[in-house]
Design a protein around this ligand. Structure first.
Ligand SMILES: [Zn+2]
Length: 193
């Protein structure tokens, strides 16, 4: 059972919100559903809507990747500082930027106050391009929200592990159903490199 401290994740929105997540693939709204509504503060509800908004934007980015990205999955990413999107990215043609790398290439400096919203688990391995998980660590990203775990056996949680090992707060499962609709046709028998 992983515990995510949102205080560390999206600083602008949160005070002391903690969720217990017993499935890494559980949608945040399902997590929230376990809490009686009367116990949800207005702040928490605002937070949930804000998080969904940013992941929706990442999903919109991902849809721009097709068909050039194939056979890699059409992933999207937005980088958020305070309550603003500062950069966007999607999977480019094979051998070129993945979504995270494209978004990171447009911002300079340390990103410890920046939260990344990515529709698929960042890749853990160096394929045709460097590992996005390692690149996020190198850029000192503040926190990462991931919609869906990558079913590619070379990844399958390893990208999440890299981020967590570096002390970066990671939350998996935000808008996972929507991400599944967009991505699942491209995840089976495909490689994310
Ligand atoms: Zn990648």
């Amino acid at each position: 059972m992983a515990q995510v401290t949102h205080q560390q994740s999206v600083r602008p929105f949160l005070t002391e919100v903690k969720f217990d997540i017993d499935s890494s693939d559980r949608n945040l709204s399902q997590v929230l559903a376990h809490y009686p509504t009367k116990h949800l503060t207005q702040l928490q509800l605002m937070l949930h809507e804000s998080l969904k908004h940013f992941m929706e934007q990442a999903l919109i980015e991902g849809r721009k990747a097709l068909p050039e990205c194939l056979p890699n999955p059409p992933v999207g990413c937005v980088l958020v500082r305070a309550d603003s999107i500062i950069s966007r990215g999607y999977t480019n043609a094979p051998g070129k930027h993945h979504a995270e790398a494209m978004a990171l290439s447009q911002v300079e400096g340390e990103l410890s106050d920046v939260t990344a919203f990515v529709t698929l688990e960042p890749c853990s391995f160096h394929g045709r391009t460097p590992s996005c998980a390692l690149t996020l660590v190198e850029r000192k990203i503040g926190a990462v929200y991931v919609a869906l775990l990558d079913s590619d056996p070379r990844n399958l949680g390893k990208g999440i592990d890299i981020l967590k090992a570096a002390g970066i707060p990671v939350m998996v499962g935000l808008m996972s159903e929507e991400a599944k609709q967009d991505l699942s046709p491209y995840l089976l028998h495909l490689s994310h490199n």
